[in-house]
Design a protein around this ligand. Structure first.
Ligand SMILES: [Zn+2]
Ligand SMILES: [Zn+2]
Length: 423
């Protein structure tokens, strides 16, 4: 039986910049090719991959830390790239937006993006396809709309690459289903490899109760949220439980909502997304923003999720000093972002006055917690090797130790540039 070599080009002992090459000697498959953020938010690429050597590229989902660098592989060769149709459509929007904002730092342009999009082989969730001589099973990963995980047959063995996964059903996406899949080796993310999230229903309840109380008292609610995924989940929740509220959504969220409604792959409550689209109001021109801010009880969902830019900045600058209003974070706030500063220091501007609006944070994570990740691995039949990626030190190592203890299999936590050889 052929040995499997697994080369980590990115995402080794770090969250993001996912890129892994798996080869059995006769076929070479690259899973994900995302960007990371370096100092001053300058995009950084994974280690180089040689497009001429790749038979297939498989992209799990449209977050930039999984697909953002992929167009760079389309300068001279058209390698087939496997993804869901929804990921393709979302990628077009996400990568175009990145080129607009940070194109100066990127080694590719729109023509390479277009060549990549033209090279897409679409695969439906739950299907099996054969591309470039490699058989690939495509499963729902439950992370964001369109997200997939892949099982490939290489060297007469099965290898499963999870990408980012979530095990729970949210209003927006159905959780991962993995009953009895066979795989000798699993390459798994570990973003939350040493912690569990609170039950989603509880998070939703507490979130709604604060939104309701602020709205009832005539305050305004600002919900900074990433335009893809989190925005739509929050809108679904509001459409179900507070359809009477005056909810506005700003930025790219509308365009993305339309893409999802046209291609609802892996979505859970499509009915709620349709309802949100029908009853809530998109902000279509900047002059609307001033009016919305004057409205008692207005609820605004807008990027950027960490207050690093986008329309959220317009709103917060005019809301932070209002004690009747609320600022509600619904995603992870990275260190040294304005969002983290508001949460930890209670100020919006460095050394500025204290934020008067109510500030809350809720854990609407789209990644499985440690119990979910262990459950995924336990559901795999014939498992012998686990490769832990997409997790920081020490989280990835904590998770690896637990996997070893609970499953008694070989566990690796490779760093970037490392190649594992597995029997
Ligand atoms: Zn990721
Ligand atoms: Zn992701």
């Amino acid at each position: 039986m052929a040995k499997l070599s697994i080369s980590i080009l990115g995402g080794g002992r770090e969250v993001g910049r996912a890129a892994v090459i798996v080869s059995d000697g006769s076929h070479k498959v690259l899973f994900d090719y995302g960007i990371g953020l370096g100092e001053d938010d300058i995009p950084i690429l994974p280690l180089p991959a040689k497009p001429a050597e790749l038979d297939l590229i498989a992209i799990t989902h449209s977050h930039l830390d999984h697909i953002g660098a992929a167009p760079f592989l389309y300068v001279s060769k058209r390698t087939p790239v496997l993804m869901t149709g929804l990921t393709r459509n979302l990628a077009q929007v996400m990568i175009s937006d990145m080129l607009k904002l940070a194109g100066y730092y990127l080694p590719f342009e729109y023509p390479e993006l277009n060549t990549m999009l033209e090279s897409v082989v679409e695969a439906k969730l739950g299907s099996t396809v054969e591309v470039a001589g490699v058989q690939v099973d495509v499963f729902n990963a439950g992370h964001i709309p369109g997200s997939a995980m892949f099982r490939v047959e290489l060297g007469n063995k099965y290898m499963l690459y999870t990408g980012d996964v979530n095990t729970i059903d949210t209003k927006l996406v159905k959780g991962v289903e993995l009953s009895g899949v066979e795989a000798n080796t699993v390459i798994i993310e570990s973003t939350y490899g040493n912690v569990d999230h609170p039950p989603r229903e509880l998070v939703e309840e507490e979130f709604l109760s604060i939104v309701k109380s602020v709205v009832e008292e005539g305050g305004r609610v600002l919900i900074p949220a990433f335009a893809l995924g989190r925005s739509q989940e929050i809108l679904c929740l509001l459409a179900e439980k507070m359809p009477y509220a005056n909810v506005y959504y700003d930025g790219m969220a509308r365009h993305i909502m339309e893409i999802l409604l046209n291609n609802p792959e892996g979505l859970n409550r499509i009915d709620l997304l349709e309802k949100a689209y029908r009853i809530f109001t998109p902000v279509t021109k900047s002059s609307m923003r001033r009016k919305i801010l004057k409205e008692r009880g207005a609820v605004i969902v807008t990027p950027a999720g960490m207050l690093k830019g986008g329309p959220a900045l317009y709103y917060i600058k005019r809301m932070w000093s209002d004690k009747n209003s609320a600022l509600i974070f619904v995603s992870f706030q990275a260190p040294s972002t304005p969002g983290r500063r508001v949460l930890e220091e209670g100020v919006f501007e460095e050394l500025g006055p204290k934020v008067q609006a109510k500030v809350r944070w809720f854990d609407f994570s789209s990644h499985a917690g440690v119990s979910g990740l262990i459950r995924i691995l336990k559901s795999v039949k014939g498992l012998e090797n686990v490769v832990v990626v997409h997790g920081n030190d020490p989280t990835a190592f904590d998770f690896a130790a637990l996997v070893e203890e609970e499953l008694g299999v070989k566990v690796y936590v490779p760093s970037n540039g490392e190649t594992l050889v597995i029997d």
